[in-house]
Design a protein around this ligand. Sequence first.
Ligand SMILES: O=c1ccn([C@@H]2O[C@H](COP(=O)(O)OP(=O)(O)O[C@H]3O[C@H](CO)[C@@H](O)[C@H](O)[C@H]3O)[C@@H](O)[C@H]2O)c(=O)[nH]1
Length: 497
Amino acid sequence: MEQERQHIVMLPFMAQGHFIPFLSLARLILRRHPSSTITIVNTPLNILSLRSFLPPDDPSYSPVHFASLPFASSDHNLPPNTESSDSLPGIDSLPLLMLASESLSPHFDRFLSSLDPSPLLLLADIFTSWSLPIARRLQIPAFTFSTCGAFGTASFSSLWLHLPHRLHPESPSFPVPGFPPSFRLHRSQMSHYMRVADGHDAWSTFLRRQIRLCFSSAAALLCNTVAEVEPSALRLVGEICQLPVLTVGPLVDSGHRSGREPGIGVAECVEWLGAHRPASVLYISFGSQNTIGAAQMMALAEGVEASGVPFIWVVRTPAGFDMTAEFEAERWLPEGFEERAAQGRRGLVVPRWAPQVEILSHGAIGGFLTHCGWNSVQESLSRGVPMIGWPLASEQFYNSMVIEEIGVAVEVARGVQGDVDARKVERVVRMLMQGEKGREMKEKAARCEEMMMAAVAEDGEKKGSSLRAVEEMFEMAYAMKQDTAFEIGTIPKNGIE
Ligand SMILES: O=c1ccn([C@@H]2O[C@H](COP(=O)(O)OP(=O)(O)O[C@H]3O[C@H](CO)[C@@H](O)[C@H](O)[C@H]3O)[C@@H](O)[C@H]2O)c(=O)[nH]1
């Protein structure tokens, strides 16, 4: 009976950047509760992708099952076989995928209703909050798992709910509801979509609906962060969403990870990195679904080349062009850039996708120029690698603020549209990789690494904060399951809507 009650259903949003932390959370849960079973629900192609992340012979994942819900992307004005954000031609079509994802609701309802006995818990994504009312109706405790950090979740949620910049049309910066009065954000720290949002566009419609449902219907918020790394942001996010917050990070899986066909094999990467001095190589990547502008790409290439710092750069077609298309180096990079980089192993240009975790784990990596996607930030810090931030979209702007404040990063540019100065890139790269300030940042990153490892470490009775959070999650879910009245009123409400 106990065993049956330990069935957890997970519903990640349709994006690689969300699958990775969900799988990693599954692994963490199974480490603490090996007799649990976990069913990850998604669309057919995403299930294939999720499966490919799992090491084929790793018994620790054998209690993970998958359930597929019917989905045809062409029914939603999306290209055929487009089921995740990284297979979209560009970020502009993300709202179509977001709105299409809500069509899974009746299928998910049928799936969840068919489970007998009913599961202990639903772990929904913040973007799949449409599933929370279904779980509540079926008296299944439902928590939201934010794949972002605490500060990122707090800022992103408050900004989308209130669009506060619209109240200050003349001002470049503005206060944010729920944040201390002295706190202000700058317009450049918003994606283009948020800047132009009026509350009725497709982005606002979907995101506001999901955030409100999360705040009103989840029993708790799980955050992919480490309590000791983001202590003050934890209070902030708890106040903004009016939910208990549990920190379960860092969800960085060091196991086998393919997910997508890499542009370079692990062995080749490791061999290339092996020819370099410790902490001498800069890794450059903009995550799974973002890319920079064409002129920015040229400036970045010029700056990195001028710095003389060896690099591995994951490239994809610039913003405004089909991101799924083949990368044309001769069109998007300075003439002869790749050939010069190849000489003496100065640089490695990798099309589309690289084995990032393996690269960041290599001792030759000394810095990471990143778009500040939260998985990348966690992967970098959990290996003590300091960063250069270049946030492009979503909550990446606020992640960049967090890592600057912790002292483990410096921001070099923002967004996909602005001018980028190759000289500044050169200076910042040299500073991080060769300067005194870079050395200090590396020391701070090493301290973050220690805190992150401690959060998931166990020494007899002593458990790290993230392991304790997993226990708390189980205790809350058991208590809610026993309290058959949980549906009416035992869940905290934030009063929104
Ligand atoms: O060549 C690549 C590129 C990416 N990755 C992996 O893909 C993930 C990328 O995740 P992340 O760095 O978070 O970037 P996005 O894919 O852009 O993530 C989306 O989801 C994140 C978590 O919610 C948010 O923080 C971001 O803003 C949002 O864009 C990481 O695990 C990387 O290791 C690779 O393995 N190889």
